[in-house]
Design a protein around this ligand. Sequence first.
Ligand code: UDX
Length: 475
Amino acid sequence: MKTSVIGAGYVGLTTAACLAQIGHAVFCSESDTDKLSKLQAGIMPVFEPHLENVIALARKSGRLTFGATEEAIEGGQAIFICVGTPPLGNGDADLSAIEGVARAIAKKASGYRLVIEKSTVPVQTGVQLRKHLSVHSNRGLDCDVASNPEFLREGSAVEDFLHPDRIVVGVESGRAAKLLQEIYQPIINQTFACPVHSRCPSRTPPRFLLTDTNSSELIKHASNSFLAMKISFINMVANLCEMVGADVTKVAEGMGLDPRIGPAFLNPGIGFGGFCFPKDVQAFIRIAEKSACDFGLLREVEKINQHRISHFVSKVREELWVMRGKKIALWGLAFKPNTDDVRFAPSIALGRSLLDEGALVSAYDPQATEKARAALPDVHYCADPYEAAQNADAILIATEWEEFQQIDWDRLKKLMERPLIVDGRNMLDPADLTAHGFHYISIGRPTALSRKSDPANDDLQPSAGPKPILQDFPA
Ligand code: UDX
């Protein structure tokens, strides 16, 4: 089926490439002409495992073409809208790009079109889209509007698109449902040449969940907000573990063994970032407010997340005493591993906070350095983790890149002013690091440090409750 994808961001590029991979003829457009010409020249705008290869294969086979939006509108029977919906100052999602595409489709297209929202949009956007398309249509457009939210994660986008847990489709007509089922049939049946696995791990085939557009739109915001809530929950538990001398890793393990909770997204750390969770939680709070629903729970999720950096920095300050003039190595800049994306990355907020306290920051990231420079110009960027650690008073881990597991700890120790590692992602093994002579501090796991109360948490602590029992017993 001739499909078009409008917008070549993470979702658009992955959608276009993977739809071509499963056999569709795809036309992908991008309004940023610089980005478009790079894509036409085979230059990738982002680092995303497997994506460059899938795009190259699809272009070579002739199933994927990059070009202008007009051609995408004329050529595609099914049009996936994948443009950005960045946050406005008040937290609402900015829908101006979506509206722009709707107007262009209404003015240019004639005959039948299936217009599919794939960008993350607030509930009832489909209703507005349908109205807008009919109001502005002047060439006899006959169209259906559908919602088809995307759940791919950066760093595993291609795998997540081709092996999803579910395909959610919100429609108001049987015709639209049938077309979307046809488009996704190879993924539903898992009958495609997989560019990620030589032998795809056996999994339950994805569920094709058919619903109405409003419910489909809400599934996206609710899913992301729920995952963000899980992270803030375990981060709060981690704070408590530090106060009472428990081990959050064990607590999370114990919780996750209950299939009603599940082990996923219970990794404590310096907070969630990226271009999805922070803005989707905000947008969902706003959506609820507009419907007179006070989603205080999500405001708490946000508040807990916003305190992760100050909580983490107070651990560092507790060790270094005076931060001014201290040399700190920041390992990891991307908001998570396997991506070069630093948007809303906790590492950036951490870097800023260290600089504000007068520390000298040297940073290393295997992929995200170029994108971090703009956000953190006063940081000294290094080519490898050892260079960053040269004469450092401390190493802070902000992104759990796998390569930090393969460090030569003896070599590293010789380079540092002081063998202190503060791990904001709990990626290393405390016993192993201690055995190598490091003072290793992490999140919610027993170390000498975590038993002391933390001033940064004052406003998050229950007022004047009884002191935790454990401290009453002699060691
Ligand atoms: C997320 C959703 O997972 C995905 O389904 C949706 O389509 C887009 O938004 P993404 O933003 O790429 O994907 O990253 P994700 O892997 O969800 O991580 C988000 C943030 O949460 C990262 O900063 C990560 O470090 C943090 N995180 C994740 C935790 O702190 N703890 C966890 O247990 C999991």
